[in-house]
Design a protein around this ligand. Structure first.
Ligand code: ZN
Length: 253
């Protein structure tokens, strides 16, 4: 929100540099339940923005502070500087980082088709229609009734199998053994798989290879393919694996 600084989004940002495939920007249809625990909706959106504007306007009324604030040109220069850092827009195009370009823009051609604001790019608000996922088991069934057959079905829907042969009916918190489509074997509780949306911790341990996963995991394909299509072939090595960090923490506890 740049309004209290006397600026518009269009003054500072260029849509041609904005990733088409962003990995953020989602909300959860059951966030109301989380609010019941955490009460983070203490102020509604409009009141929050109005309060923030009021605060910044009060600062800007002070000429000393106003003089320290960056203008549009300085902000654009800062964006360019950030974009030249590893992983940034300029960095990937200037260094021919084709996997990054595919991951964030689909292709060079698709990036080249994005219009600038001067050429008529229009900001838009994405659809707010909820989409529900199939989680690969009968969600109308009471938790206490879930058994090993439900686990096998859920595993199959993720392109893998449940290696455990039995479980206590309704016990979602005792870990079971699973195998993913790539042959990795791992342990996880039914709760983590069914309710947490997690699956194999090995598939993504060292690289992003979501396109490959979507081809063999129908559960994941539900969220991946409608946006990214089914021809993604990029792989991007992680510099640091969060799974290794987690393991290190666990090993040291
Ligand atoms: Zn795996």
């Amino acid at each position: 929100n740049l309004a209290p600084l006397g600026l518009k989004y269009e003054d500072v940002y260029d849509p041609r540099e904005m990733a088409i495939f962003n990995f953020h920007g989602q909300w959860f249809t059951d966030s109301k339940l989380l609010d019941d625990y955490l009460h983070f909706r203490c102020v509604d959106h409009d009141a929050y923005i109005a309060g923030m504007n009021e605060e910044v306007e009060a600062y800007m009324a002070n000429p000393m502070i106003a003089a320290m604030m960056p203008n549009a040109e300085q902000m654009r220069a800062k964006n360019a500087q950030i974009g030249h850092k590893e992983g940034g827009f300029h960095w990937m195009f200037e260094n021919n980082k084709e996997d990054y370009i595919k991951a964030f823009f689909g292709s060079r051609e698709r990036q080249a088709q994005i219009k600038s604001f001067e050429e008529g790019y229009k900001l838009y608000r994405p659809s707010e229609k909820e989409t529900y996922l199939d989680h690969g088991y009968d969600e109308s069934k009471p938790t206490s009734e879930l058994d090993i057959n439900d686990m096998e079905g859920a595993a199959k829907f993720r392109g893998g199998e449940c290696l455990s042969e039995s479980m206590k009916k309704g016990d979602l918190f005792t870990p079971l053994k699973w195998r993913c489509a790539f042959g990795h074997e791992f342990k996880a509780t039914p709760n983590l798989i069914l309710n947490g949306g997690h699956w194999c911790p090995e598939c993504n341990r060292y690289e992003w290879n979501y396109g490959e996963i979507a081809k063999v995991n129908p559960f994941f394909a539900q969220v991946w393919t409608p946006i990214n299509g089914n021809t993604c072939d990029y792989k991007i090595k992680k510099k640091v694996s969060e799974f290794d960090i987690l393991k290190e923490i666990k090993d040291n506890l």
